[in-house]
Design a protein around this ligand. Sequence first.
Ligand SMILES: C/C=C/C(=O)SCCNC(=O)CCNC(=O)[C@H](O)C(C)(C)COP(=O)(O)OP(=O)(O)OC[C@H]1O[C@@H](n2cnc3c(N)ncnc32)[C@H](O)[C@@H]1OP(=O)(O)O
Length: 259
Amino acid sequence: MSQSLLERQDQDGVARLTLARPHAYNSLSLELMQALHAELDRIADDISIRCVVIRGAGKGFCAGHDLKQMLGEGEEAYYRCTFETCSKLMQRIVSLPVPVIAQVHGVATAAGCQLVASADLAVAAEDTRFATPGVNIGLFCSTPMVALSRAVQPKHAMELLLTGDLIDAERALAMGLINQAVPGDALEASVTVLAEKIASKSRKALQIGKQAFYRQREMSLADAYAYCSEVMVGNMLTDDAQEGIDAFINKRAPQWQHR
Ligand SMILES: C/C=C/C(=O)SCCNC(=O)CCNC(=O)[C@H](O)C(C)(C)COP(=O)(O)OP(=O)(O)OC[C@H]1O[C@@H](n2cnc3c(N)ncnc32)[C@H](O)[C@@H]1OP(=O)(O)O
């Protein structure tokens, strides 16, 4: 991992990944996206991690793709590589076996807003501004729309995409883009409470549940119930479910094996 682009700190089963390009609002250069993807791959295989927090260094979370790099490179192959890399990164977040929380402050625009929408949960400082402003610069936010249109109601997604307007955290909360809007000085603590609560669960249960949540959403009602019934059967057969139920019945704390 490149220390200058992305920083990682692990504590109590939570991996905190900090986008570290504060001079450019942590905009997603190709190298930063590659570093984040590689770190998520490592976390996927790291049994000690049960929750991931993605946050930004400096005065904002993320201002989307690095426009200076994009204009500077100016080649079709480079653009294709950028958007494919970003799209794979967002899918890696969804396919990660453990939940991802976006800890958002300052601004989250374009691909930064997509990062928020792609995370399983998001907590923002009250004064955060969100937007998909590509349309203001002749660049409709087509890849962010994939995550956005799955995270919020279609008319809310279209409003953001068509106007490019900045919205505040209160509006983002009302749209369902974020889970909580908290005072800026309470952001770190609020995310820690949420992350540690999740990290206290069985990693196996989190993995089974997260994967099933996204898969069943693409299915018909009947297929979703059939699929999730089988998921529950598989879940019941895990060591952690057997342990958790026994612990509940015997009024003791469960000892997770994370399998
Ligand atoms: C399909 C997906 C497409 C995309 O993701 S395309 C990217 C679309 N993103 C945007 O259009 C956002 C562009 N940025 C902004 O609109 C504004 O910025 C903000 C609202 C995020 C913040 O405004 P303020 O607080 O006034 O700061 P500031 O002076 O505009 O920016 C500070 C420094 O950060 C650089 N910067 C900001 N966003 C980007 C970016 N996306 N790529 C590269 N650099 C960026 C600026 O240029 C400047 O730099 P310097 O201090 O050298 O003047």
